[in-house]
Design a protein around this ligand. Structure first.
Ligand SMILES: [Zn+2]
Length: 287
């Protein structure tokens, strides 16, 4: 216990978070957005029309040793999961697809997803998700599994790689009813790949993950996630490879009538307050 306290103190000293004047202004704007009545009226009308919105959250890392735009610390993650459990219907990707295929959704729902292949997902996020009995889907770049390889974005930002998921972690996560999806083999920008590489990345990652867990892989999320990182051709290849859906990462909420090959997600960074998180879920752009 004492050790844990000391560790937390050390991290706080290393990464002090000061609530700046700017943060207070952002907070006030978000409170106005959340409670001015717009969201309540919007959600009520959409519910009547059976077109309630679905927010898909995208996490990368849950880790107390890093502070960057794709890492959320364990305390924050736990608070966010507790909030979701109390306030939203958290559904699996399978259920999301059922509702989108039907084109109807009567309750405001949230889906939790993770991209890349970080081992802290298994070590830190999974126990919290299990504690709150929340479903989640993990999109994995298959060539990173069981290796010490670094993602290019980590080399550029933090200068080194981080532990990746092991095959047995993924098998266990699958056995515990978490969903597994493909995030290509080597995490390239698909818009920059030639046809042959693009097909390999989409088809073979599916095959490799299927061999790993002995189950069909039906969900795909493309690396980097911006509209410019993907193309119509890549979308056609994803369909040809018999995936049932494709996830992006350029923000936005989903209507049940949207295209399942263009499911929008919002990337969740470390947030200074739960109000920020609430506003993001309800469509406030990440700022
Ligand atoms: Zn990624």
């Amino acid at each position: 216990m004492k050790q844990k306290r000391e560790f937390k103190k050390k991290i706080k000293q290393r990464f002090p978070y000061r609530f700046s004047l700017r943060d207070y202004v952002k907070l006030i704007l978000k409170i106005m957005y959340l409670y001015c009545g717009y969201i309540q009226v919007r959600n009520y009308i959409l519910k009547q029309q059976k077109k309630s919105l679905i927010t898909v959250l995208l996490y990368h890392r849950v880790n107390d040793n890093l502070r960057d735009t794709i890492t959320v610390c364990t305390d924050t993650f736990q608070k966010q999961m507790e909030y979701l459990k109390k306030n939203y219907n958290v559904i699996s990707v399978r259920e999301l697809l059922n509702r989108m295929k039907e084109g109807r959704n009567s309750d405001r729902a949230v889906v939790i997803t993770f991209d890349d292949c970080y081992r802290d997902n298994y070590e830190n996020a999974v126990p919290i998700l299990q504690m709150y009995q929340l479903p989640a889907c993990f999109f994995i770049s298959s060539s990173m599994v069981g290796t010490e390889k670094a993602f290019k974005h980590d080399l550029e930002i933090i200068g080194h790689g981080l532990p990746n998921l092991k095959c047995e972690d993924i098998v266990e996560m699958d056995k515990n009813d978490f969903e597994i999806g493909s995030h290509t083999i080597s995490h390239p920008r698909l818009s920059e790949c030639n046809e042959e590489t693009l097909c390999k990345e989409i088809f073979n990652s599916k095959k490799q993950l299927e061999e790993m867990i002995g189950k069909e892989i039906l969900y795909f999320s493309f690396p980097h996630g911006k509209q410019s990182d993907f193309s119509e051709y890549a979308r056609d290849v994803v369909k040809k490879a018999k995936y049932e859906c494709n996830f992006s990462a350029y923000g936005g909420l989903n209507s049940p009538r949207d295209n399942v090959f263009d499911i929008k997600r919002i990337g969740i960074p470390e947030s200074p307050s739960l109000t920020f998180f609430k506003a993001w879920i309800e469509g406030w752009k990440i700022t």
